[in-house]
Design a protein. Structure first.
Length: 62
């Protein structure tokens, strides 16, 4: 399988992620409605119940 990657910034690092994958498309702010339409994602109701807030981390605010 020929898989393509794209480079993204993750804090002060550059990392390769699958092109068109969740991280490539959404970074750290996923559109849960778009993810829910993907049959491979399964039931994401758990993530809808988690309060959203930004926190400081070693790679910057997430």
């Amino acid at each position: 399988m020929d898989r393509r990657f794209t480079q993204v910034e993750f804090g002060s690092h550059k990392v390769d992620v699958p092109e068109g994958g969740y991280y490539d498309r959404f970074r750290t702010k996923p559109d849960l409605d778009a993810v829910a339409r993907d049959p491979a994602a399964g039931n994401i109701d758990f993530f809808r119940r988690i309060p959203k807030r930004q926190v400081a981390s070693r790679v910057g605010p997430t």
